[in-house]
Ligand binder design. Structure first.
Ligand SMILES: Cc1cc2nc3c(=O)[nH]c(=O)nc-3n(C[C@H](O)[C@H](O)[C@H](O)COP(=O)(O)OP(=O)(O)OC[C@H]3O[C@@H](n4cnc5c(N)ncnc54)[C@H](O)[C@@H]3O)c2cc1C
Length: 490
């Protein structure tokens, strides 16, 4: 521990106990560091997989890859495990690596101020303040539910909830239900609720491109094999990794390759939706990949049910007991389910983070949210983001990115924890050059030329969410922290 800290203060504060925060905590522990705490505002670990309990919630990256590399799970029951199984996996990891005693549940980060004199962060929570050498923000890129700005949304007198805050106490059976949004969550829960409800009106702004989902259950024999021969499971994981990784060529190097994926998606739609009018409404008019590509085998069939209506007229307003579209049609409903995604670009706006010389994070980001490698921000020493700006993916597992970032952060923490350094601050010029190049690459990739609006973009149409290359490149670039890129102060 560094001498400027008081005994009893944690050397590292991690905020969030999802895949990222737990991954960071586990690696600290494995490196022999015990002086850390994890602040988690909820009462359990799991993040995304604790919160999203809607029917049909599952990962869309194969579970053998969408899991920690150091903790393979031979018992995955499906190629794409459902929410409960992934949540159980994370709980298992927290227990196995003895992270739980480090977690302060029900503790929410409100703000943090950096003290230049001591090289420490004063972390403010709903339960008091903590002083620490280093602060790791693992608060989740898709955590705060976003609601649409539809007039009258607060006037609705029926039942209303967001997919990430599903009310399982409300029985949908026999109800008239409006679902707003057709993103990754909606396409998972619509097929599950459609057979139960009396009527389902699905309000679509933009149709997603949807590919077949290569899902299947994993047989007990395969599970036994994975358990008996761990190398086999590693091989399986690698095969999935490289298959997904190859797709980056279409996203970035040769966007025309996406035409191939588009052909597969069109055929999928043709096969599953015989009605040409419904098919027309479900056919996107933008290049595949510029918004998140979705995978499903049961979404289109659900839309062909007689009790399901796909509404493509924009919503004009919500009334006490109805949704009204711009063409003036009023659809009476008992419940509205918002499948409208999350606050992404503005995910940190509610946090009051103050760095060197009183610089507020909000001010530092007034021209756009950016970091170096998605992890560090100039002027905010000893502060690390996990899945920060431009480290999201459209083609592979976020857990891979998390593990690369955790390893990078550990390197930055080493001199701080040894007491060799007081502050580690990325150089502003390094961050600026990095982001100029990153944005130039993004403009050339499918997200820049595809001509669509997506949650990847900020209000100026700049992509602030995605990493522009392969995950292998990201892994290489974060493998070694280059001290010359940082101001390291003793
Ligand atoms: C429905 C859904 C499906 C997804 N499927 C996939 C997939 O298949 N593949 C993939 O790669 N990615 C997927 N993702 C993205 C997913 O978010 C990431 O893969 C990963 O789970 C992110 O982990 P995290 O720890 O960064 O964030 P989270 O899991 O969101 O965890 C953040 C944690 O921080 C806590 N927290 C937040 N703010 C505070 C605060 N101020 N104080 C204290 N605690 C706080 C939260 O309570 C939460 O527990 C999916 C996302 C969703 C929503």
């Amino acid at each position: 521990m560094n001498d400027q800290q008081r005994a009893g203060d944690p050397a590292v504060v991690i905020v969030g106990a999802g895949f990222a925060g737990l991954g960071m905590a586990i690696q600290l522990k494995r490196a022999g560091v015990e002086g850390f705490v994890v602040l988690e505002k909820a009462d359990e670990v799991g993040g995304t997989w604790r919160d999203n309990r809607y029917p049909g919630c599952a990962c869309d990256v194969q579970s053998h890859l969408y899991s920690y590399s150091f903790e393979p799970n031979p018992a995955w029951s499906r190629m794409f495990a459902e929410q409960q199984e992934i949540w159980d996996y994370l709980k298992h990891c927290a227990e196995k690596y003895r992270i739980t005693p480090h977690i302060r549940f029900g503790t929410e980060l409100v703000g943090a101020e950096y003290d230049d004199a001591t090289g420490t962060w004063r972390v403010r929570t709903n339960r008091g303040a903590i002083t620490t050498r280093a602060l790791v923000l693992a608060t989740g890129p898709l955590h705060q539910p976003a609601y649409p700005g539809i007039p009258g949304i607060d006037r609705f007198r029926g039942k209303a909830f967001h997919s990430a805050e599903w009310d399982h106490g409300y029985d949908l059976a026999g109800k008239r239900v409006a679902v707003i949004g057709t993103g990754a969550s909606a396409i998972q829960f619509v097929p599950r609720i459609a057979p139960r409800v009396d009527r389902l009106h699905l309000f679509q702004r933009t149709p997603p491109w949807i590919l077949p989902k290569p899902d299947r259950s994993i047989s007990p024999l395969e599970q036994r094999l994975f358990r008996a021969v761990p190398a086999l499971q590693r091989l399986y994981r690698s095969a999935i990794y490289w298959t997904l990784e190859a797709r980056i060529l279409g996203f970035t190097v040769h966007p025309r390759l996406m035409k191939l994926a588009e052909a597969v998606a069109r055929q999928h739609l043709r096969r599953q939706v015989p009605d040409p009018e419904l098919r027309r409404k479900l056919t996107p008019d933008y290049t595949i990949g510029c918004k998140r590509i979705l995978i499903s085998n049961d979404y289109y069939p659900a839309l062909t049910r007689p009790n399901v209506e796909l509404v493509t007229d924009g919503i004009a307003e919500i009334r006490e007991h109805a949704v009204v579209t711009r063409d003036g049609v009023e659809r009476p409903v008992d419940a509205i389910i918002y499948g409208t995604g999350f606050h992404v670009i503005d995910a940190f706006d509610h946090l009051d983070i103050v760095g060197r010389d009183g610089l507020k994070l909000r001010e530092a980001w007034s021209g756009g949210v950016e970091a170096y490698l998605g992890v560090t921000v100039a002027g905010f020493p000893n502060l690390f983001f996990l899945l920060g700006p431009n480290s999201g993916l459209g083609h592979s597992s976020m857990v891979f990115m998390i593990e690369a970032q955790v390893r990078y952060v550990l390197q930055a923490l080493r001199p701080l924890l040894r007491g060799d350094a007081r502050a580690v601050d990325v150089r502003a010029d390094v961050q600026a050059t990095f982001n100029q190049r990153l944005q130039a690459r993004l403009r050339e990739a499918v997200w820049g030329i595809g001509g669509c609006r997506s949650w990847y973009l900020d209000e100026n149409g700049v992509n602030r969410a995605l990493w522009p290359g392969s995950t292998a490149e990201y892994w290489l670039r974060t493998r070694r922290l280059k001290p010359a890129e940082y101001r390291i102060e003793a």
